[in-house]
Design a protein around this ligand. Structure first.
Ligand code: ATP
Ligand code: MG
Length: 580
């Protein structure tokens, strides 16, 4: 990329952080003039951000090309009809994530949040023989999502760029190979962008499918909780843990006791002198399906919590949300605080967590204020419910591998999914195999946040003075700060170094303004190029000061060696050895 001079670059570093920014990357990216906000979750990329973004895109493209990806470009306006074929129009309408609009003929369209339907339709037209498989189509293009909380700047936009790839195979073994190839590409992308990351088991969400893993950058501000125990790592949405059951007891007679003021599980357990694990929580949800809404009751051991993603997947609804007071009353005949499994209207769907299976003689709500039922037993006092794992795993619990789970926060930078034939079946997409049998494509889909990655890198690489870009994606390799640039002699020296840097392929930002040294140094730190060259007192002896942004270490380098030295540093630091 070409080098620039500050005076005609369109860069402006501000003295203050934007008042609405909550996280470091948003604060610095706006303050240092990388991005400007157009509306909530919608941004302009200034010249600095654009350079970083293009470098990230290039890394992503190189690594996916290396695994045989074929770059394409898909439309952003998607006809509703296409999404109706897979049932996802209603799903995205229910969650409100898709921007939906009409054309002048009242035809419905959506702005692309993801492109499984569109790419499957393209594959149906381009792929007519199993000899054309496997194939992996990918693009790096805009996505639109009407996020519930568009915040954190480039971390969660409503308009953003994603690399999205879609693999087509004839069978599951092929899909597995395509999936592993993309996992390898993702590892190299994360490593080349200097991200500190982990790969976790994930819930596929509205995309669907079976296997799915997320590439998570470890970060305090991450909106995902990840649980890790040795080799086991999973998103909290998906994580499973083992919990010990209390010993089973002989059933005692059901009773109702006074429990004044026991309006929490902790108070109830204290009031009855029993462990929280001997109490039951009864939660009423509203499950929204394409054609109906209905209450679903979740039962969970008192010391545990419901994982709403697991509940949603089990119920197979479009959404599940806690019921409003009217629905609670209609389902349980009482207010939310007093609901118990024995108060439910007959015929209500009840899903109990697996931990409830072993529970005997437990305490639960009985429909009345100030009272609870004791010695409740399922199958006797209320119908045996459906059992499923709907429990939220927590740090401190035992992972399936026997080790103890620890919790971390993470930002999802990439996601890979095995879709199988979910889309190809719904859309009748596939090819005839060598025996003439029609086989649906086995598909995978893959997404990398090309605009989220730069923000995540800033979250992981910054200090109190600004951003610290890793060489491979830095807007410039070096920031040039001449003192007395207006002096003809100084200017001649600087121009000569610039020419040397150009010859050596080193990208620089030359601060040619008449600002004070303090302002120039401050701006250089904020912008965060990996190195800074100061043309100052050393010029008398034919040297310049070379400073590393990350460590703050400085050294004097002879004028005629500095370009070569930087070329060496650029090569050394941008060609990161990857481990896969
Ligand atoms: P999240 O859970 O963070 O909302 P997601 O699981 O909905 O993300 P995917 O559909 O898996 O996202 O999209 C693939 C990738 O696109 C994500 O891993 C992320 O890097 C990026 N991405 C998703 N949503 C956004 C957004 N609103 N802004 C910027 N990047 C995003
Ligand atoms: Mg995801």
């Amino acid at each position: 990329m070409i080098s620039m001079r500050f005076s005609d670059s369109g860069i402006r570093v501000m003295r203050d952080f934007p008042s609405d920014a909550e996280v470091i990357s948003h604060k610095w990216l706006v303050r240092a003039g990388f991005i400007t906000q157009t509306a909530s979750g919608i941004y302009c990329f200034g010249p600095l951000f654009y350079r970083v973004y293009r470098k990230v895109c290039r890394i992503v493209e190189e690594e996916i090309d290396r695994e045989g990806g074929r770059q394409v470009q898909l439309p952003l306006l998607h006809p509703a009809e296409l999404w109706q074929r897979t049932g996802r129009w209603a799903l995205y309408e229910a969650s409100g994530v898709m921007f939906q609009l009409h054309d002048r003929k009242e035809q419905q369209f959506g702005l692309c949040p993801t492109a499984e339907e569109v790419v499957t339709e393209m594959a149906m037209q381009l792929i007519s023989s199993p000899k054309q498989l496997p194939v992996n189509f990918y693009q790096q293009h805009t996505k639109f999502r009407d996020e519930l909380r568009p915040r954190f700047g480039m971390v969660r936009g409503r308009e953003f760029t994603m690399m999205d790839a879609y693999s087509f195979d004839i069978d599951e073994e092929g899909l597995d190979r395509s999936y592993q190839a993309m996992a390898r590409a993702y590892h190299r992308i994360c490593q080349r962008c200097s991200l500190n990351y982990v790969v976790v088991h994930a819930d596929p969400g509205a995309i669907g499918g079976s296997d799915s893993e997320e590439f998570m950058a470890a970060c305090e501000i991450g909106e995902d909780t990840i649980l890790i125990a040795g080799q086991y790592a999973a998103n909290e949405e998906k994580a499973v843990s083992l919990v010990e059951d209390l010993p089973a007891e002989e059933p005692e007679p059901l009773g109702i006791v006074n429990t004044p003021g026991a309006n929490t599980i902790a108070k109830l357990a204290e009031c009855l002198s029993i462990p929280e694990a001997k109490t039951l929580k009864t939660l009423i949800y509203k499950a929204k399906h394409e054609d109906r809404e209905e209450p679903v009751v979740a039962l969970i051991r008192g010391d545990k919590d419901v994982n709403e993603v697991k509940l949603l997947n089990h119920v197979g609804a479009l959404t599940v949300t806690l019921a409003d007071p009217d629905l609670v009353k209609a389902t349980a005949g009482c207010e939310a605080g007093y609901v118990g499994p024995t108060t439910l209207k007959a015929g209500t769907r009840v899903v109990a967590d697996e931990t409830v299976r072993a529970m005997t003689n437990f305490a639960a709500g009985c429909g009345e204020a100030g009272k609870h039922a004791i010695n409740v037993n399922h199958g006797r006092d209320f119908a045996t419910p459906e059992f499923a794992d709907i429990r939220l795993a927590r740090a401190g619990e035992t992972a399936p591998n026997g080790e103890v789970l620890e919790a971390f926060r993470g930002i999802e930078v990439g996601h890979i999914f095995k879709l199988g034939d979910k889309y190809s079946q719904a859309m009748h997409a596939g090819v005839n195999d060598s025996e003439g049998h029609f086989r649906n494509f086995q598909m995978g889909c893959y997404g990398v946040g090309s605009t989220r990655i730069p923000a995540t890198v800033v979250e992981q690489h910054h200090d109190e003075n600004g951003m610290i870009w890793p060489m491979a994606i830095a807007p410039f390799h070096v920031h040039l700060v001449p003192m007395k640039y207006q002096d003809d002699e100084v200017r001649a020296v600087v121009e000569r170094v610039c020419q040397d840097l150009d010859k050596n392929g080193v990208e620089y930002l030359l601060d040619d303004r008449t600002a004070s040294a303090g302002v120039k140094f401050g701006d250089a730190d904020a912008i965060g190029a990996p190195y800074r060259i100061t043309f100052g007192r050393g010029l008398a002896n034919g040297t310049v000061e070379l400073r590393q942004r990350r460590s703050g270490e400085t050294r004097e380098v002879p004028l005629d060696e500095v370009a070569g030295e930087l070329a060496r540093l650029v090569a050394e630091e941008s060609h990161i050895e990857t481990t896969v």
